[in-house]
Design a binder for this molecule. Structure first.
Ligand code: UD1
Length: 364
């Protein structure tokens, strides 16, 4: 019997683990000798960032919630390590499966490796090259000690090769976040704000911002909001606000009446919004992928991306963090339109099944 711990801590993890759990259950039903425990670190704890996703994506209740909560980078990482080590020692397993690049990903990988347990990293190998992002540190540390890499792109494969990872450890399987998207497209919910703001297909843009570099200074955040508010012609913007961004919007948001500041949305409501949006402006990682799959123009407020296939093949473009560039990009969007993209290889809804197939072969 293969025993796996699946680690999830923050919002973007939940979309990535849901299809993996589904694939394990399907494997079990076919007699595969595999079982899992779901470990929620508690990095995200608000209902809107966590529980809603468990309900909507049919993720079973976690076997344990380490309830680490918020803190500085080191506090949060350290809390996760201390609490997960205790749990792992009491509940040993063969593989610790981590996803993405959040603090929970790195913290649990380190704990697992020091307990001599294999680490499988789903979404291994992606690199922004920007070491000021906590996620980049998390990715590099996690990959430096992982035993199995499940990758989303050729770029990721190349990065791992350059870092000296042996080819046989790397499995190019596609994107589990896209599995969740594909599996839920016929289940989306119209959000409450749809009627309230008179939204119709293509008459609005969606905005999300939560990167420390973009939102932690009020005046920088306001520069973005002002340029967006002035640059969207007769359209409106729907902005589901991440908790990190709330405080620096408090004093400024009332000035911009064509931007609707709303609470974080559930998964099924958020995808409903982006699917029909004229365009999306974001600094998220995952949304660059979701817009590429859906063929919606994406303007990314970052100077780099670890998901380069969304630029080279998809509908994403890097606008940077200089508001003058954003102004120009909006002008281009409204006058010339935007590129049409393709869907990257293996982003087909079957990635989690490939992962479980591979894991059961390796550990049989
Ligand atoms: C984390 C991830 C980031 C991911 C993002 C998605 C890291 C380093 N960052 O960033 O990669 O894109 O999640 O949301 O792991 N807070 C709440 N309620 C919660 C959780 C957090 O109010 O449930 C508040 C915290 O008090 C803090 C802020 O939100 O002020 C940031 O939370 P934190 O978990 O540190 O990082 P995120 O910015 O959410």
């Amino acid at each position: 019997m293969i025993k796996i711990h699946i680690i999830a801590g923050a919002r973007p993890n939940f979309m990535k683990i849901a299809p993996i759990i589904k694939a394990i259950k399907k494997g079990q039903a076919k007699g595969k000798e595999i079982e899992f425990k779901l470990v929620h670190t508690g990095q995200h704890y608000d209902e809107k960032l966590s529980e809603t996703f468990f309900k909507q994506l049919n993720i079973p209740a976690p076997d344990v919630n380490l309830e680490v909560g918020s803190g500085t980078q080191a506090q949060q990482t350290a809390q996760i390590m201390v609490k997960y080590e205790e749990y792992l020692i009491q509940n040993p397993c063969d593989i610790v499966l981590v996803v993405g690049d959040v603090n929970s990903t790195m913290a649990c990988s380190i704990v697992a490796k020091k307990e001599h347990i294999d680490v499988a990293h789903v979404e291994g190998g992606i690199r922004s090259g920007d070491m000021t992002m906590p996620e980049e540190v998390n990715r590099k540390v996690t990959d430096s000690i992982s035993d199995i890499f499940f990758t989303t792109s050729e770029y990721a494969n190349d990065n791992l090769q350059k870092e000296g990872i042996k080819n046989e450890k790397v499995h190019y399987v596609g994107n589990t976040m896209i599995d969740t998207l594909v599996g839920n497209l016929d289940k989306l919910n119209k959000p409450g704000c749809w009627e309230e703001f008179g939204l119709t297909q293509g008459n609005y843009l969606v905005l999300t911002m939560h990167r420390p570099a973009n939102v932690d200074e009020e005046h920088k955040l306001e520069e973005y909001i002002k340029v967006i508010s002035e640059g969207i012609t007769d359209k409106q913007v729907v902005f589901p606000v991440h908790p990190r961004t709330v405080k620096n919007l408090a004093r400024i948001q009332d000035k911009y009446t064509n931007i609707h500041f709303i609470e974080p949305q559930g998964y099924l409501e958020f995808i409903y919004l982006i699917k029909d949006a004229f365009a999306v402006i974001t600094d998220s990682g995952g949304i660059q992928e979701e817009t590429t799959y859906l063929g919606v123009p994406c303007l990314t407020l970052r100077d780099n991306t670890e998901r380069y296939e969304t630029v080279s093949e998809g509908t994403n473009d890097l606008i940077g963090t200089n508001v003058a560039n954003l102004k120009k990009a909006l002008q281009k969007l409204f006058t010339e339109g935007w590129k049409k993209g393709d869907i990257p290889k293996y982003w087909d809804g079957q990635t989690a099944e490939r992962i479980i197939e591979i894991l059961t072969k390796i550990y049989k």
